[in-house]
Design a protein around this ligand. Structure first.
Ligand SMILES: C[S@@+](CC[C@H](N)C(=O)[O-])C[C@H]1O[C@@H](n2cnc3c(N)ncnc32)[C@H](O)[C@@H]1O
Length: 442
């Protein structure tokens, strides 16, 4: 398999079978065993194509004079990866066209001809010229969405979320950051290693470092299970639960939605140091297995149940992390295809589930105990909306989350948000994590 055919097969599977590119690509590369340079080429071609798909589809539709939905999957995948080579990779136009059409070997000649003609036309007219004309035909958020390859509904929900903290002017910086492949962040597991041993540069998290380059899986401390790959925003969110108030020996902690176990590992390491006990829960059995693997060294119990059922265990925990299932639109940098997969209709359904999970947590936590409500989405319906509803229904004190995060990350610049913290890729170089700490007061 060549680098291009690896990219083509992943792009096709992402659309046809809903696979995740960050899982499919490594396994395809393992089978193909390309050189380091070819692996890098395949990675850039796959992720870049998925990230900028909004622009490529607009150009394809304009040149083909028909909607994307009327183009068969194979020619569409070939056109998308051909466009990415022409638009954003250092590949000569003739090579981009020729090599991409080669990927269509075995396909009907009509399909090959169609891909060939459209890519040639793109190269001849110039991708940027075609795109600029399309952007000029639109206005306002429609134009911005095309320019930055975001679905309109996501762009508008990001706009509303920034506006809620008086920072709407930062929207374009955020859209640019969303399209920037993020640096790999490591977390030093407390009690096992320290961040000064990780190398790289320090991040916003007190246990975090950003790697300049290299494969994180071969980092000696990752191999020794003393450090993990984890976004610094996620690190801060997990540590905020611990830092919210002093930990007493013997405390019981619950990570209600733990899969695949990133925050659970950080909490388990911290719990061991502090003399607390963590239970990590996950509803999906295959994700619970990932949690078991992530925290195997900590003798932490993993349960497999619906988090909402913890409502049947009132006053059982001193601290609960509700890292709720969400649209994930705060982590677009890491999951290039996710922006095209989510629908606006997902939000209301998720917000109901998020509310039920937070509701259960506020019952299962002891009076005086802490709940951290966390999402990797800044959407107001998934963040403040869920928290406000819970506050109306429970006796809780809304804790000053910004001051807890500032203790963890002195000097961090946080926007005002009713006691909550919203992190942003463009400002903090983290995913757009939302964190709200609540103390049960009854
Ligand atoms: C945002 S992810 C959690 C990420 C995790 N905390 C970490 O840091 O690795 C949300 C998780 O919640 C799980 N989930 C979804 N519905 C749930 C439910 N009703 N009860 C418990 N977990 C649920 C999902 O399967 C997913 O693994």
């Amino acid at each position: 398999m060549t680098a291009r055919s690896v990219a083509m097969s992943v792009v096709l599977d992402v659309h046809e079978d809903d696979v995740f590119a960050n899982l499919a690509l490594p396994s395809r590369l393992q089978q193909a065993r390309p050189s380091t340079a070819d692996a890098a080429f395949a990675t850039e071609l796959t992720y870049g194509t998925l990230r900028w798909q909004g622009q490529y589809d607009a150009v394809i539709e304009a040149l083909a004079s028909r909607p994307i939905t009327q183009i068969d999957p194979e020619p569409l995948a070939a056109l998308r990866i051909g466009m990415h080579q022409i638009a954003r990779m250092r590949v000569a136009d003739h090579a981009a066209v020729h090599e991409t059409v080669e990927l269509m070997q075995g396909q009907a000649s009509g399909r090959r001809g169609f891909v060939n003609a459209l890519l040639r036309k793109t190269a001849k007219l110039g991708f940027t010229t075609i795109l600029d004309d399309l952007i000029a035909e639109r206005s306002g958020d429609d134009a911005l969405a095309l320019q930055h390859s975001h679905p309109l509904w996501i762009l508008q929900s990001l706009r509303r979320s920034l506006a809620a903290e008086g920072a709407e002017a930062e929207l374009e910086s955020l859209l640019i950051a969303d399209n920037d492949p993020p640096a790999v962040h490591l977390a030093a597991l407390p009690g096992l290693t320290t961040r000064s041993k990780l190398g790289g540069t320090h991040t916003a998290s007190p246990v975090g470092a950003a790697l300049d380059s290299g494969d994180p899986a071969s980092h000696p401390l990752v191999r020794a299970q003393q450090a993990r790959v984890q976004d610094s925003g996620s690190q801060l969110a997990a540590l905020a639960l611990v830092r919210a108030q002093a930990v007493a020996k013997g405390e019981r902690w619950l990570d209600m939605c733990a899969g695949p176990g990133g925050k659970a590992a950080l909490l388990a390491a911290t719990a061991r140091q502090a003399g607390a006990t963590l239970i990590a829960n996950e509803v999906q059995p295959h994700r619970a297995k990932l949690v078991e693997r992530a925290i195997a060294q900590f003798e932490t119990e993993v349960t497999v149940q619906d988090g909402r059922d913890f409502a049947d265990e009132p006053d059982a925990f001193d601290r609960i992390l509700v890292d709720a299932p969400c649209t994930g639109i705060g982590a677009l940098r890491r999951r290039p295809e996710s922006r095209w997969r989510k629908r606006p209709s997902d939000v209301a359904q998720l917000a109901d589930l998020q509310h039920e999970l937070l509701d259960a947590a506020l019952t299962a936590v002891k009076p005086g105990g802490i709940v951290a409500y966390v999402t990797c989405s800044p959407h107001l319906a998934e963040t403040s909306g869920v928290v406000q509803k819970a506050i109306r229904q429970h006796s809780v004190e809304v804790l000053d989350t910004p001051s807890v995060i500032t203790q963890l990350s002195p000097g961090i610049e946080l926007g005002g948000r009713d006691g909550a913290v919203q992190l942003w890729p463009h400002r903090h170089e983290t995913d757009a994590m939302f964190v709200q700490l609540l103390r049960r007061t009854e």
